[in-house]
Design a protein around this ligand. Structure first.
Ligand code: FMN
Length: 197
């Protein structure tokens, strides 16, 4: 039941801060459990995650700002800066990767399913992201899902010493939930779910 309660409560939370009321151990336990128990096609376990805390978390978002500054018009930068600072205000960030060596090996080993392996690698990564996101909610933490991938991948790998074969897929900045977001309306279930018997 706890899982479904948290599934319902999980939101994209942009107003987060560093005042978390849970321990680092509790946070890491949630992320470790999600990494260990999220399934993968052919049990490839190609999903990878990196948890950035303290000054490493801050550094990530400084990198994002640096790289954004290079590509946006100077007059547009302020808006990006404010948004990225809201992620930096958080307590930590989970980076999600796929180990492309593992995925490529499967493509070679099972040529019949070659085209599916890339798609599955993204799908299983999404399952992991969802589990971590809901898992952090069970601790009362807020988070949002970000995608600055191509923009920051090279610098992230250099700064944090990450394996060249890990492809960056998403970033989940998290922290103390400072404000519950306004409710969103949902499409009627009847449009999205059919029960056929
Ligand atoms: C695959 C995926 C990609 C997303 N990408 C982003 C993103 O790049 N930036 C962002 O702020 N939110 C992103 N979101 C969050 C969605 O916009 C959000 O989950 C959706 O509007 C529902 O709102 P809720 O999370 O508050 O329930 C993404 C969500 C998913 C599932």
């Amino acid at each position: 039941m706890e899982f479904f309660e948290s599934l319902k409560k999980r939101r994209s939370v942009y107003n987060i801060n560093k005042e978390v009321k849970v321990t680092e151990e509790e946070i890491l336990n949630v992320i470790e459990t999600a990494v260990l128990y999220t399934p993968s096609a052919y049990n490839s376990e190609s999903q990878r995650a990196v948890v950035l805390l303290n000054d490493k978390h801050d550094l990530l978002w400084e990198i994002v700002k640096d790289e954004i500054k290079k590509v946006v018009k100077p007059e547009d930068y302020k808006v990006s800066e404010t948004k990225i600072n809201s992620f930096k205000n958080g307590h930590g960030t989970v980076l999600f990767f796929d180990d492309i060596l593992t995925t490529n090996e499967l493509m070679t080993k099972f040529p019949l399913y070659k085209d599916n392996f890339y798609r599955w690698s993204i799908e299983q990564n999404g399952m992991l992201q969802g589990n971590v996101w809901v898992g952090l909610e069970t601790l009362g933490l807020g988070a949002s899902l970000q995608h600055y991938n191509e923009l920051i991948e090279k610098r992230v790998k250099e700064e944090f010493g990450i394996d060249e074969n890990w492809q960056l897929i998403a970033q989940l900045p998290f922290g103390n939930l400072a404000e519950v977001p306004a409710e969103k309306t949902k499409k009627a279930l009847i449009e999205r779910l059919k029960v056929i018997k």
